[in-house]
Design a protein. Structure first.
Length: 319
């Protein structure tokens, strides 16, 4: 059985395992490698590493024992690090690792692998790194601190303070003298609600930052505000779409609402109401679009969506 959010979850916040973070940090920041196209020798080494990662990752994702899943994580990280130390590893896609989402920036300046660990009792943690495409390899491990920052935090974060999630889409835009990379992600959140996330990655003196005041939003009460990131919370068993529609050049997502007006603000009961809202890129950033479609949508004209991250019928929530 896959443990990507399918077990009941308790609302428990944990900062575990801390030593894994230190282990990952020590390795990922310690090595350099040459920049070149992937050679035959490197490819053979990386294929062997990928086979090992596939076996360990299967246990990390699927084993019924929380202890064995956690042990598998402890094994996966050093193997992954050794693989990334292989020359030209940036060019190796690791595309058979269906438990890890690997996204390349549109300009290939970096890539971001992210993955999820079910800790037991419904608690989930997220792991990842930013691997730069440079002559001297640069890596920024991502440390999930989503359990220690405020609800719907609008803080500017860095790789040591990351709102952990699984990324499945990345977009690039230029604004105010910088390139911004918009990230769409999924967070299992807690026992009652799941979450889709629109965040943005940018670089300040070559150091990664998350969050920027480029989302111009109008709240349901009419209040206009510029936000650093967008959260879409909804009932844990609802199917909520968040994706980029290339034909309209829009981020499109389900508008959610409570079944009863008295439950306004209780996001764990919010479900899609059949309408869609979105964001359109403008010279000043992402501008909120209140209603994307102005006609009834049936099964034949739903917005186009790419394949789920992990394949499989049960992964429709990643669309």
């Amino acid at each position: 059985m896959t443990f990507l959010r399918y077990l009941p979850k308790l609302e428990i916040r944990m900062n575990y395992p801390g030593f894994v973070h230190l282990f990952l940090l020590g390795f990922l920041l310690s090595f350099n490698t040459g920049f070149a196209q992937l050679s035959k020798d490197s490819r053979m080494i990386l294929q062997e590493k990928e086979d090992t990662l596939k076996q360990i990752g299967y246990t990390m994702l699927n084993d019924a024992s929380a202890g064995k899943r956690i042990d598998a994580l402890h094994k996966l990280i050093p193997v992954m690090v050794r693989a990334l130390k292989v020359p030209e590893s940036f060019f190796y896609p690791f595309d058979s690792l269906n438990m890890i989402s690997v996204l390349y920036a549109p300009d290939s300046n970096f890539r971001i692998p992210t993955w999820q660990l079910h800790m037991g009792k419904g608690v989930f943690r997220y792991y990842g790194a930013i691997q730069m495409n440079s002559e001297n390899l640069q890596m920024y491990p991502l440390f999930d601190v989503s359990d220690t920052i405020g609800f719907h935090s609008q803080a500017i974060l860095d790789h040591n303070h990351w709102f952990g999630c699984l990324y499945y889409k990345i977009l690039k835009h230029y604004y105010d003298g910088k390139y911004y990379y918009t990230l769409l992600g999924y967070d299992a959140n807690d026992i009652l609600a799941e979450r889709k996330l629109i965040d943005v990655l940018w670089f300040d003196e070559n150091r990664p930052k998350f969050g920027a005041p480029i989302f111009h939003y109008v709240f349901r009460d009419g209040n206009r505000k510029t936000l650093n990131r967008i959260f879409i919370d909804y009932k844990f068993d609802a199917k909520v779409t968040l994706n980029y529609d290339t034909s309209m050049s829009l981020i499109v997502y389900d508008h959610t609402s409570p079944p009863d007006t008295n439950q306004k603000g209780a996001f764990f009961v919010y479900v899609p109401d059949g309408t869609y809202e979105g964001f359109k890129w403008t010279p000043s950033g992402w501008q909120w679009v209140e209603q994307v479609f102005h006609f009834a949508i049936n099964q034949n004209d739903n917005p186009p969506m790419p394949k789920p991250i992990f394949g499989g019928k049960k992964d429709e929530r990643f669309k």
